[in-house]
Every structure is written in C-alpha cells, then in structure tokens.
Design a protein around this ligand. Structure first.
Ligand SMILES: C[S@@+](CC[C@H](N)C(=O)[O-])C[C@H]1O[C@@H](n2cnc3c(N)ncnc32)[C@H](O)[C@@H]1O
Length: 235
C-alpha cells in the first residue's frame, strides 16, 4: 500500500506506551482469544457473531483508554457484547487484564484506528456506539483530527441499527458545542438527551447511565464541565 492510496488523518497522538512484564504476560495469554488487530486499509467484512461466538446486540466503544468503563458496562450488561477499540498498548493490556480478572465473556479488544475498524462493520449492525472523552484537539489547525466530525459521524450512524444509540461525552466546552452542531446537522440522527420515554438508555444519572471515566475525573478535577450527548439513528 502506498501513501497516496490510503493515508487517514489520525485522531490520536502517537504514543509509545510500554507494557509492564505483568501486562505482557496477560497480553500473550489472552490476545489469541479476546484480541483482534485491524490493519489500515483492511476492508474485509467483520463477522461480529463469529467474533463473539453468539448473535447478540453489539456496543462499540471507541478509545476506551484503560478500559475500566468498558469492563464495568460489559459486566453490568451481559446480554450485549462490547467491542472496544484502542491504539494505546498499555490500555489494551489493562482491558485484557480486566477481562481475565472479572471473567467477562462479552468483551473483545481491537487494536486499530477506530475508523478503519468501522469500515469493516456491516451497515445497521451496531446497537450503540460510545465515544467517551475523545482527544479534544483544541487548536483550530488540529480540528480536522477530531473524531466527531461530519464524515465520521455519517459512517458511525450508518453502522448503527435504526434506533441505535450514539453516545458521546466530553469535558471540553468548545468540543461539546462543535459535537452538538455536527450531530444536529446529521440528517439521520435525532437528539434524545431529553427523552423521557423510559427506554433502557434513558439517563439514570447525570452521565446518562455510563460509569465515570479516567479522563472525566481529570476534567472534573481541572474544573471543566462534563457534557453527554446522546443521539439515535432515525428508524
Ligand atoms: C482522552 S482519551 C479517553 C480515554 C477514555 N475513554 C476515558 O474517558 O478515560 C482518548 C483515547 O482515545 C484513543 N483514540 C483516539 N483516537 C482513536 C482512534 N482513531 N482509534 C482508536 N483509539 C483512539 C486514544 O488512544 C486515547 O486512549
């Protein structure tokens, strides 16, 4: 593959994370069963039922960081399968460790640029997409690196089933405003932040049902307000 054929705009800082010896052992033992690597440009369709060993609703979490939120949500929600995607090696090893420690059969860990993975997922096949505290890229010249931008949102919406949920959260007010503008502008999404229809995703607390994340804690400690934005794919 040459650069001109395929050169994605990266939404992440290249970080050279090192695994501890313990995490390296966990990784070696669990990766064959729970892990999947997606190379840039690989568009071969991904069979989610085969990956999880059953046909259940699938939640995609993009940029799970150290994986605590993914593990907590998957443990509390055994009827759905959780597909977590990250590029940060220590976080990948940590989520594998949580899978082992908590005995979570409904989590799979993908090492990939999330949007490369999304291209491999069939349209209409996700129950929900979680994007919790994506890198804010605050400088104007870096806004093109933000994950929540129109082309990516259109692709994520296409992969949701009709009625499926796109749940984003951020602690950066400027990004929150840009996210809301982008999500509102998508013709196939409907904001459900104020829904009181008793659906299972209705806000159970101020985080709309999700546990606190590591970057959320950092944002709160720095005095930044937290914004949750929830949209459903139009039926
Ligand atoms: C600011 S951290 C938030 C982590 C976690 N969600 C939390 O709230 O604590 C953003 C994470 O997204 C990951 N990330 C950014 N762009 C990504 C991409 N295109 N594919 C996969 N992971 C990505 C980064 O590696 C980083 O770990």
């Amino acid at each position: 593959m040459t650069d001109t054929e395929h050169r994605p705009i990266r939404t992440f800082h290249p970080r050279r994370g090192r695994m501890s010896a313990r995490h390296a052992d966990v990784h070696a033992a669990l990766w064959p069963r729970f892990g999947l690597t997606v190379e840039d440009g690989d568009r071969a369709p991904l069979d989610l039922a085969e990956l999880f060993g059953r046909a259940a609703p699938v939640v995609l979490e993009i940029g799970f960081g150290m994986g605590e939120t993914t593990a907590a949500m998957a443990a509390a929600d055994p009827a759905r399968d959780y597909l977590g995607v990250e590029v940060h090696t220590p976080g990948i090893a940590r989520l594998l460790e949580l899978i082992k420690d908590q005995g979570l059969p409904n989590v799979r860990v993908v090492r990939a640029d999330a949007m490369e993975l999304v291209h491999k997922i069939a349209p209409g096949s996700l129950d929900a997409v979680h994007v919790f505290f994506p890198d804010p890229w605050p400088k104007a010249r870096h806004h093109k690196r933000r994950l929540i931008r129109p082309g990516n949102v259109a692709l994520l919406r296409d992969r949701l089933r009709p009625g499926g949920l796109l749940h984003c959260a951020t602690d950066w007010p400027h990004y929150a405003a840009a996210m809301a503008e982008t999500l509102d502008a998508d013709p196939g999404l409907r904001c459900v932040n104020d829904d009181s229809d008793g659906s299972q995703d209705r806000a159970r607390d101020d985080r709309a049902g999700r546990p606190e994340t590591k970057f959320e804690r950092r944002g709160r400690a720095a005095g930044r307000p937290i914004t949750d934005l929830r949209y459903r794919r139009a039926a």
